[in-house]
Design a protein around this ligand. Structure first.
Ligand SMILES: [Zn+2]
Length: 157
């Protein structure tokens, strides 16, 4: 799912909890850490040209391999659960706001296909993934943002 939708869903789900801003951060952190380094690199080197007029499969071949590694780490239910467990042990309280991280992954599992950034949610133990739908399709974007807008409206009362 796109990063703005992740942010808005995090707001809808975690509005009103203590440290809600951290929930917003953890709701986008898996994509932010995966894509921001390459985004900044392309921005400052004008590297966008090599991505122009390419299919998703062609784009996937020229994306630096480290991005897939970061994506797998930040999109693992195993790694997010262990991290939340460690933070709970060290901090002495359960960080509810960090649940936005596994929620992000749960949203990504059915909204990614095997062809483009599949969500290996059992990484590093398995590269199993669900061949879901492509979130960039118009019908999905319209449906998703309709739900988001309606729920934001209902949450505003
Ligand atoms: Zn993601």
């Amino acid at each position: 799912m796109d990063i703005l939708a992740h942010l808005l869903w995090s707001y809808i789900i975690f509005k009103g909890i203590p440290n809600m801003n951290w929930a917003l951060f953890f709701g986008i952190f898996p994509d932010l850490f995966s894509f921001a380094p390459n985004f900044l690199h392309l921005l400052f080197t004008n590297g966008w040209r090599k991505y122009k007029k390419k299919s998703l499969q062609e784009v996937q071949k020229i994306i630096p391999p480290y991005i897939f590694m970061i994506y797998d780490i930040t999109h693992s239910l195993i790694i997010s659960s262990v991290t939340i467990g460690l933070v709970t042990l060290i901090g002495g309280t359960f960080p509810i706001f960090m649940l936005a991280w596994p929620v992000h992954i749960l949203f990504d599992i059915p909204t990614h296909t095997k062809d483009f950034f599949p969500t290996h949610f059992l990484y590093p133990f398995s590269t199993f993934c669900v061949n879901g739908i492509r979130w960039g399709q118009a019908w999905f974007m319209v449906t998703n943002y309709t739900f988001i807008i309606v729920l934001l409206f209902l949450k505003s009362f």
